[in-house]
Write a protein that binds this ligand. Structure first.
Ligand code: G3P
Length: 213
């Protein structure tokens, strides 16, 4: 399973890269707003640090305006993947961009038929949001399983990118189901390297080492 960092924080991106855990980066308008940086400049800086796919989301909501907004973004670097919402206009824009060879990431996916439409429109990635479904009392992981099954049944090549991941167990479940990619905040990457028995075991090893004759 590929691991993308869901962040526009350059320090976090460098830290994930140094761990060998940076297969790509995803951003969204909330993440860019939080970073407080110029959108295009920050995307260029991220492309300097990441060789894999880097998702840049449009904020336009209509087909033609989405394409206009995508144009300068794809010039930033060959890593750029245009992120579009799973709306009618977003799917149309996906179809237009895919037919020109531009990779897309269809975001805010909450049901398997949106994923089917994204695949038909040639999306490179589909982003089902697990945590936000969990938040409203549905099991977000069911959606990952449903999309995996639909894509496998018919051989769609769109990659399933599990998003809105809140904790390491989400990641374990995604890997067991067979999501192609998971995008995670940096705190989840940190959590992937932690186990209390590792800390206790290390403490004991070092204490024993100090006592040696
Ligand atoms: O990748 C989508 C992600 O940024 C949304 O996460 O935690 O805001 O639902 P969250």
């Amino acid at each position: 399973m590929d691991l993308y960092l869901d962040s526009a924080d350059l320090d976090e991106i460098r830290a994930a890269r140094d761990l060998g855990a940076l297969d790509g980066v995803t951003t969204n308008p909330s993440i860019i707003a939080k970073a407080g940086a110029d959108f295009h400049e920050r995307m260029a800086a991220i492309c300097e640090l990441c060789e894999g796919p880097v998702s840049a989301e449009v904020t336009a909501t209509e087909h033609d305006a989405m394409l206009e907004e995508a144009e300068p973004l794809v010039e930033i670097g060959e890593q750029i993947v245009i992120k579009l919402p799973c709306t009618t206009d977003g799917i149309r824009a996906c179809n237009s961009l895919s037919s020109r060879g531009v990779r897309t990431n269809l975001t805010l996916c909450f049901q398997p038929l949106q994923a089917l439409m994204a695949a038909k429109a040639g999306a490179f990635l589909i982003s089902p949001f697990i945590g936000r479904l969990d938040d409203i009392g549905q099991d977000g992981m069911d959606l990952i399983q449903q999309i995996r099954t639909v894509y496998d049944n018919y051989g769609y090549e769109t990659q399933v990118l599990a998003a809105s991941i809140r904790h390491p167990m989400h990641l374990v479940q995604c890997a067991l189901i067979g999501a192609d990619v998971a995008t995670v905040p940096f705190k989840v990457i940190e959590g992937m390297m932690k186990h209390p028995l590792t800390d206790q075991g290390l403490e004991k090893f070092l204490a024993d080492w100090k006592k040696r004759g």
